[in-house]
Design a protein around this ligand. Structure first.
Ligand SMILES: [Zn+2]
Length: 334
C-alpha cells in the first residue's frame, strides 16, 4: 500500500512539474511583505525584533530585484515601521496584479535554542491532494507567532469571515492547486538557496491553512522564516547587516531561478555591454529590451538580455541586439 502511495505521489509531482513548465507565466510584478510592524513586533529577543529584521531583508531584497531586473515592478506592503492589516497586505498584491507574493518573517520556538534554521510556508493542508507538497505543518509556536496580530485587528471576525469558515472543497479547486503547485516550486527553490548559497539549515517547505496572507493572495505566495530569533546561532547571523544581506541575496537567486523556470527560460543571456560606471538605462534602446538584466561583477556593470533557455536561442538573437547598437554583443551563461 505504501509503495503505491509513493508512486501516486511521484506521478502527481511529475504532473505538477509539467504543469508549471507549461504555464509560461511571466513574472513582471512582485509584492514583498515585511512581517508585522509598528506596535506588532513579531518575535522578540531582548532588543532584537522580528519586524526590524524582516523589514531590512525586505528592502534589500527589493533593491536587489530592481538592480538585476530594472523593468520589473516591486511593490511593498510596508517600507517603514508600521502595522498593515493582513487583508490590506494581500490586497496590495492583488490590486497591483502581482505575479508573486513573498512574505518575510523571523521564527521563534517555545523554548530557547530548540528551533534552528529556515522554513518556507505555503498555503495548503496536510491531507487531501495538497498532501503531496509537504508532509509537515509548521510548529504550533510558529503558527501562533504568525497569526496573533490579525486577531487584534478591528472587525477581525467580520473582515476575515470567509477565511475563518473554510469550505471543505476549497483545496480541490484547480486554481488553488495551480497556485499551490507554483508556490511549492518557489518555496523549494528558496529553501535550497538558503542551504547552498548561505549555508543555513533548512527545515524545508511546510503547509498551513492558518496564515491569512497565503490564503488572501491571488497568486503564488510563500511565507519564509529566515531563522529563529531565540536561537543563538541564527540570531547572531540575522542581526548583522551582512547576514541580512546574504539572506536577501539568496532570495534574489531563488527568485531569479523561479522566474526563469516560470517563463520557460534559463540562464543563457546575450551580454549587451559592460561599463565601469552605471549607465543611464532610460533610453529608448534599453527600454525596448524587456528582458534586461544587470549584474555587478568584479568592478563592472554588465548589461544583458537574459532569460534564454539555451545557447542557441540566445545566439539567434545576437544580430537583433547588434542592430540595436550593441555591436560587441555575445552569448554567455549567467
Ligand atoms: Zn512573523
Amino acid at each position: 500500500m505504501r509503495k503505491y502511495r509513493f508512486i501516486y505521489i511521484l506521478v502527481l509531482l511529475v504532473f505538477f512539474d509539467f504543469n508549471l513548465q507549461a504555464q509560461n507565466q511571466k513574472i513582471d510584478i512582485v509584492c514583498i511583505d515585511a512581517g508585522h510592524g509598528g506596535n506588532k513586533p513579531g518575535a522578540v529577543f531582548g532588543q532584537y525584533k522580528e519586524k526590524d529584521i524582516a523589514l531590512n531583508v525586505t528592502l534589500e531584497f527589493g533593491r536587489l530585484i530592481k538592480f538585476r531586473f530594472p523593468w520589473l515592478k516591486v511593490y511593498y506592503t510596508r517600507m517603514t515601521d508600521k502595522y498593515v492589516y493582513q487583508h490590506e497586505r494581500a490586497d496590495i498584491a492583488n490590486r497591483n496584479n502581482a505575479d508573486l507574493f513573498i512574505s518575510i518573517h523571523v521564527n521563534s520556538s517555545k523554548q530557547l535554542n530548540t528551533g534552528f534554521g529556515t522554513e518556507t510556508l505555503i498555503y495548503g493542508k496536510k491531507t487531501g491532494r495538497i498532501e503531496v507538497y509537504s508532509n509537515s505543518e509548521p510548529d504550533e509556536q510558529t503558527i501562533e507567532n504568525e497569526t496573533e496580530d490579525i486577531k487584534d485587528e478591528e472587525g477581525y471576525e467580520e473582515l476575515y469571515k470567509s477565511f475563518l469558515v473554510k469550505p471543505e472543497n476549497l483545496f480541490e479547486t484547480q486554481s488553488v492547486i495551480n497556485m499551490s503547485n507554483n508556490s511549492f516550486e518557489f518555496a523549494k527553490i528558496i529553501e535550497n538557496k538558503f542551504r547552498t548559497f548561505v549555508g543555513r539549515q533548512s527545515r524545508h517547505v511546510k503547509v498551513t491553512d492558518k496564515v491569512y496572507v497565503l490564503h488572501g493572495t491571488n497568486m503564488p505566495a510563500v511565507l519564509t522564516e529566515i531563522g529563529f530569533i531565540n536561537n543563538t546561532e541564527d540570531r547572531t547571523f540575522l542581526i548583522t547587516k551582512s547576514g541580512q544581506n546574504k539572506i536577501a541575496e539568496s532570495l534574489l537567486e531563488a527568485f531569479t531561478e523561479y522566474k526563469y523556470l516560470s517563463e520557460k527560460g534559463g540562464s543563457w543571456a546575450v551580454q549587451l555591454m559592460a561599463a565601469k560606471n552605471e549607465i543611464d538605462m532610460n533610453t529608448n534602446t534599453f527600454k525596448s529590451i524587456s528582458n534586461l538584466e544587470v549584474r555587478y561583477i568584479k568592478g563592472w556593470y554588465k548589461y544583458y538580455a537574459g532569460g534564454y533557455a539555451s545557447e542557441n536561442s540566445a545566439k539567434a538573437k545576437i544580430s537583433y541586439y547588434k542592430k540595436l547598437g550593441f555591436t560587441d554583443a555575445f552569448v554567455i551563461k549567467l
